[in-house]
Design a protein around this ligand. Structure first.
Ligand code: 8X3
Length: 254
């Protein structure tokens, strides 16, 4: 199989899907992970018919360590040499105060955003070291730079993504492997629908009056980092809509 390989978690929608399309358009073969196999299968069909690349599907929940370990360890030989890992799978449920939130929902958020990302990294990076090349790109968030009302647990998970990115960059400093933390602000994806527990109207309302970023916008920056010359390590990028200034300050013209 010719071409580089990118492995994207949470690839069925939003930023993950944007990255899949962008990397496919640049000739990368794709290993795509998400929970829903039917969504992944139709996405694979779309991508393989649009671009001269191959797609391999890894349907699992990044919270399921046993399934994930087996799936990654048993990748067919031609798919083992992962060049770029995009740790994108992540979510938030609810906007509750820390003293009022739902502990079961927090387990899902913490296990996905922190332990899921860490496990995939732990499983993929040793191969990159053996091959003496690779790039880990974590999708962090502006939320990791500071807490905001109702965001405490989500913000903590994204602060963890920053620490895990920085820590990995330190641990790999004597290697050719690069580590990048991409920190988006307001991006209009299914993310907010899940944040508002399925209330699509509330999510739409949240983006009214502001030109939010799209998954494709973030994918451009992810690809920019991945395609920089080998000696250039884009450590972090914070990006947000022109009318957003901080997590909590934005201008909405409505
Ligand atoms: C998502 C960005 O500002 O909604 O990571 O937390 S924000």
């Amino acid at each position: 199989m010719k071409g580089k390989i990118v492995f994207i978690t949470g690839a069925s929608s939003g930023i993950g899907a944007g990255c899949a399309r962008k990397f496919a358009s640049q000739g990368y073969n794709l290993i795509l992970n998400a929970r829903k196999i039917d969504v992944l299968e139709s996405f694979k069909e779309e991508l393989e018919s649009s671009y001269p690349i191959h797609v391999y599907l890894l349907p699992f929940d990044v919270r399921n360590r046993a399934v994930m370990t087996e799936a990654i360890t048993l990748l067919p030989d031609e798919w083992k040499a992962i060049d770029v890992l995009i740790n994108n799978a992540g979510l938030v449920i609810g906007l509750d105060k820390e003293q009022e939130g739902n502990l079961d929902e927090w387990d899902i958020v913490i296990d996905t955003n922190i332990k899921g990302l860490l496990t995939v990294t732990r499983l993929v990076v040793p191969g990159m070291l053996e091959r003496k090349g690779g790039h880990v790109i974590n999708i962090g968030s502006i939320a990791g730079d500071g807490a905001y009302p109702g965001g405490s647990v989500y913000c903590a998970t994204k602060a963890a993504v920053k620490a895990l990115s920085d820590g990995l960059r330190i641990d790999l400093v004597d290697t050719p492997i690069r580590v990048t933390n991409i920190k988006p602000g307001m991006v209009e994806t299914n993310f907010s629908v899940i944040r508002f527990r399925g209330d699509k109207e509330r999510a739409d309302n949240f983006y009214e009056g502001i030109h939010a970023l799209s998954g494709d916008d973030i994918a451009e920056t992810v690809y920019f980092a991945a395609s920089a010359p080998a000696h250039v390590q884009i450590a972090e990028v914070l990006l947000m809509p022109t009318n957003q200034a901080t997590s909590t300050i934005s201008y909405k013209n409505k």
